[in-house]
Design a protein around this ligand. Sequence first.
Ligand code: SF4
Length: 294
Amino acid sequence: MRSFEEILQLCEVDLEFYEAVIELESRESGKDFDSIYASMSFILDAMEQSVNSAIKSDFKGRLMKDEAQRFGEYISQANDLLSGKLIAKSSHIALSVSQYNSSMGRIVAAPTAGSCGILPGLLFAYNNLYAPTRDALVMALIVAGGVGEVIQKRATLAGAEGGCQAECGAAAAMGSAALTFLKGGSSEALAHAAALTLKSVMGLVCDPVAGLVEVPCIKRNGTLVALASICADMALAGVRSVIPPDEVVDAMRQVGRALPESLRETSKGGLAITPKARTLEKDILSQISPLSEI
Ligand code: SF4
């Protein structure tokens, strides 16, 4: 599917957003509704396994240490979380899964490995707090998949091509639409939740320190769940993007192309060339034991 417009046109007839996504996927792939649904259910199972393994894992990164564990302890003890339960739990899961990816754990790239924490963070924190049916979670994953597909077809999902807006930004847009679906938002609201999210990360650069998917990637996973959540709430409240969702994605593509090469996964700009990053890189290269502070 190439556009939100295509999806929403089908929704105007008599389909829900997730059904329209399956219908369009079915027309392209030739697979039937049941097999597409079963595939997404299988992916949700794999995602849940990755969450469970990641939360228990003992992460040993080269640049980051135990941020997810530390944050998990904090939110389990805090009486009054400034960011609220959904965001804090989502963030903990997102940090954990993202760290797990960096230590070669098995994750679902949704849409990429670098941004793999955001969607499971939102889905499984929501699951933990609101206990939706399993089918609702699968449908939410299909909604997210539809959003990701539109971004991929109209723009890109690669940091090397479009910066981090295309990875963590896309993941947050997918998650925002999924949350909006789970809270009963209209099809139009789902598309606008994604658009509101993408607008807020437009131009986000890809600048991994020492070429590793750790800094700033892991913390971006942990923070962009907050943006996805507030954009879902805005969309549920009837707030709409003035720029139509497809045009937002087109603008994202144009901005991605305008980014210099130094800010597209080359580690030649942004945080990757700060004095601290240079020191860390040198340490890694000379195989001195990893630093514990960052
Ligand atoms: S900074 Fe680059 S490598 Fe890291 S998550 Fe973003 S796009 Fe991926």
